[in-house]
Design a protein around this ligand. Structure first.
Ligand code: PLP
Length: 364
C-alpha cells in the first residue's frame, strides 16, 4: 500500500535540482555568506513581485512580524486586532512587543470577519493584523476603510499567501507592512529559516533594516538596541531560484486543488470556498468535518497523512493563559479548531497519489 504524506518537500527540490545546486555552489565559492549581493537581489525581486517599493529580508516570519510592529512603535498599552484562528506566530508578533492581541472571529473563508472588527476597536487600538490564512486573500477594501476611519495601521501576515491577490492587488501591498515567512513548507519556501517585510514606507524599511542588524546602519555604530535577524546568502539565493518558478508551482497547486474541489463528494465533508474577488494560492487545502476524529482514523488506516491547522487556537493556548480567555469566548474559532483538516498537498504530488486521497475521502 502506498503511503501518502501530508506534505513532502523533496519533490519540489528535485524539480529544479540543477539550478539549486549550481546556486549553492556559486555562493559557497563566493566567500560572502550573510547579507550580501544575493540578499540584495532577492529583496529587489521580491518587492517587485509583490508590487511594493521595498523589501527587507530577515531571519523568519515571526521576526518579520515582531520587527514590523516594533518599527510601527506598537508596544505596551496598545491593542492590535487579529483573527482568533491563526497560527500562534501571528499573535506572538504582537505580544513580544508588549502589545495586547484582541481576537476577532473568522468568516466562512477562514479570514478576519470584517463585520466584527469595529465592535472591538477602543482608544487603545493601534493596528489590525490581517492574516491571509491558508493562502486565500482577505477582503481588504473594507478593512482598509475601517483602518482609515479610525487611524489604524494595517499589518498583513502573508506567511501563507505569497502571490495571492484581492481584486488584482497582491497581498502584502495593501497595508503599512506585509510580513512574509519563507519557512521550507511555505509556498515560497527556503531550505532553512527565512522571512521578509515589504512596505512602501521608506522609514519603516530603513528602521527594520537597522533593527535586523543590531540596530546599526553603519558597522559598529549602533543607534538602538536591535536584534540579529539577518538573512543569509544561501537562503536568499535559493529563494531567487524558487521565486523565478513560483507561478508554475502555484499553477500546479491550483490544478491539484481544483481537482479536489471537483472530485470530493461526501456530505460529511465541507470543502473550502473562495471569496469573489479573491485568489487562493492554496498553501493548504482545508476541509471541515464534524466527525474529524473518525475521519482521521480512517485516513490513517488508508496510510494517508493529514494535519490539523491548528488544533489549539491561540486564545486557549497555554502560552496565552495570562490574557484570561476561556473556552466559549470565540465559538466560531473554537468550532473550526475542532473540525478543520488539511489534506495532502505538495508540488509534485502525482495524479495517482491524489486519486487515492479522493477515493478514501469519498468512501468515508
Ligand atoms: C509560518 C507562519 C508564521 C511564522 O513564520 P516562521 O518563519 O515560522 O517564523 C507566521 N504566521 C503565519 C500565518 C504562518 O503560517
Amino acid at each position: 500500500m502506498i503511503h501518502i504524506m501530508q506534505n513532502r518537500l523533496d519533490r519540489g527540490f528535485y524539480r529544479f535540482q540543477d539550478e539549486y545546486e549550481k546556486k549553492i555552489l556559486e555562493i559557497m565559492r563566493s566567500g560572502w555568506y550573510v547579507l550580501g549581493p544575493e540578499v540584495e537581489a532577492f529583496e529587489k525581486e521580491f518587492a517587485a513581485f509583490v508590487g511594493a517599493d521595498d523589501c527587507v529580508g530577515v531571519a523568519s516570519g515571526l521576526d518579520a512580524l515582531c520587527l514590523a510592529f516594533r518599527a510601527l512603535k506598537i508596544g505596551p498599552g496598545d491593542e492590535v486586532i487579529v483573527q482568533g484562528n491563526t497560527y500562534i506566530a501571528s499573535v506572538m508578533g504582537i505580544s513580544i512587543n508588549g502589545a495586547t492581541p484582541i481576537f476577532v472571529e473568522p468568516d466562512e473563508y477562514y479570514n478576519l470577519e470584517v463585520e466584527k472588527i469595529e465592535g472591538k476597536i477602543t482608544e487603545r487600538t493601534k493596528a489590525i493584523l490581517v492574516v491571509h490564512l491558508y493562502g486565500q486573500a482577505s477582503n481588504m477594501p473594507p478593512i482598509m476603510k475601517i483602518a482609515q476611519k479610525y487611524g489604524l495601521k494595517v499589518v498583513e501576515d502573508c506567511a501563507q499567501s505569497h502571490g495571492a491577490c484581492f481584486q488584482g492587488k497582491m497581498t502584502g501591498s495593501f497595508g503599512d507592512v506585509g510580513c512574509f515567512s519563507f519557512y521550507p513548507s511555505k509556498n515560497l519556501g527556503a531550505f532553512g529559516d527565512a522571512g521578509a517585510i515589504v512596505s512602501n514606507d521608506d522609514k519603516i524599511c530603513a528602521n527594520v533594516r537597522m533593527l535586523r542588524n543590531y540596530g546599526s546602519e553603519k558597522r559598529y555604530y549602533n543607534k538602538v538596541v536591535g536584534v540579529n535577524s539577518r538573512l543569509d546568502e544561501i537562503q536568499a539565493g535559493l529563494l531567487r531560484v524558487k521565486l523565478s518558478h513560483l507561478r508554475e508551482l502555484e499553477a500546479e497547486r491550483e490544478r491539484q486543488c481544483n481537482r479536489y474541489l471537483e472530485d470530493i463528494h461526501n456530505d460529511k465533508i465541507e470543502v473550502p470556498h473562495v471569496r469573489e474577488g479573491a485568489t487562493h494560492v492554496w498553501h493548504q487545502f482545508v476541509i471541515r468535518c464534524k466527525e474529524r476524529h473518525a475521519l482521521m482514523k480512517w485516513l490513517e488506516e488508508e496510510k494517508i497523512g493529514v494535519i490539523i491547522h491548528y488544533p489549539v487556537p491561540p486564545h486557549l493556548s497555554e502560552a496565552y493563559q495570562y490574557l484570561g480567555y476561556k473556552r466559549g469566548d470565540l465559538p466560531i474559532t473554537e468550532e473550526y479548531a475542532e473540525e478543520v483538516l488539511s489534506l495532502p498537498l505538495y508540488n509534485g504530488m502525482t495524479m495517482e497519489e491524489q486519486s487515492k486521497v479522493i477515493n478514501a475521502i469519498n468512501l468515508f
